[in-house]
Design a protein around this ligand. Sequence first.
Ligand code: PMP
Length: 390
Amino acid sequence: MTGDRSYFDWNATAPLRPQARAVMLASLDAPGNASSIHSEGRSARQGIEGARGKVAALVGAEPKNVIFTSGATEANMLALTPALAVGGRKEPRDRLFVSAVEHPSVLSGGRFAPGRIEVLPVDGNGLLDLHALRSALVRCEYLLVSVMLANNETGVIQPIAEIATIVHEAGGLLHVDAVQGAGRIDCDMKALGADLLSLSSHKLGGPQGAGALVLREGLHIAQPLIAGGGQERGNRAGTENVAAIAGFGAACAAAAAARLTDAVRMAALRDRLEAGIKESTPQAVIFGANAPRLPNTTLVAVPGLKAETAIIAFDLNGVALSSGSACSSGKVQASHVLKAMSVEPELARAALRISLGWETTERDIESLLNAWNKVVSSLLKKQTQSGMAA
Ligand code: PMP
């Protein structure tokens, strides 16, 4: 809670952690290009390498296998390429398979030609259809599969270790967009069986505009997305954003240290919130409720409610939340995630995403539930009246 506002949009961006802010301020005050060999340059280099170790530790990887990028969108674009090399041997991937609930940066297929991308279905809870995965993979030899660890709209967690076994048995590689899961649930690359894994700094309490692609040992990107000065071992050219990278590293360390206690606390608050919503609005539908979910995310719809109107009303009541729908050029479209889960478009357009974080308090939950009682009943009443008048 900040002032009289309650922030429930942590899946969009988490507030900056104090640990990240502190190292960023120090870094902003220090001159130096990390590629220079004088003391100032070496100090910037130290900041980057320190952060690389912290990012690697969060996902149980080797620091040298972490490639810093401008965020997870770029990390996903970098990962999704036919030009992946295993053990120095170039093996062009001729097909990409993605789940239907991926973030748009994965659904776009990165550097694969449109005809080489196949979208795999999910069930009503948003979980990948493993039968569809198995039968799709027998059809080709060199393949890359991309499945997210946890969904940004529903919080539904995919069975990544099981998916990895299927992909590896078929001789494929697995990319995992771990943006929403990292720092909230266990994200060890080896335990997950991920070959490539994307992270975003601003979902973990680091600054916006930083992220990473992490590779498993022995895997190389044969063609960088951005070529030039050879930074990041030739994987991503351009002078590094030292302050942002340092902040990202500090956020990863802080997230790792607090993860277990935060998860227990957030899950209790989330359960209380969902119970309160159900009590006051029994017809509310919570998406993915029968699947494993992140401890911090609730995607809920009240039949007949318009999400965009509700979001404005909540905002006026001091509560920031978001819709489960993709909003581009001011037009709210039904979410592709809910569509893939076979949710009726009308209900999908009512979806509200409530996401919590490490600073969420019981008072925030009370404020949200108070606002909920006020906003939802008055909007439903208004919409019924205008429906009768029409
Ligand atoms: N993947 C997922 C699952 C996300 O939620 C997001 C952010 N909305 C991204 C990728 C993109 O991350 P970034 O903002 O760092 O580009």
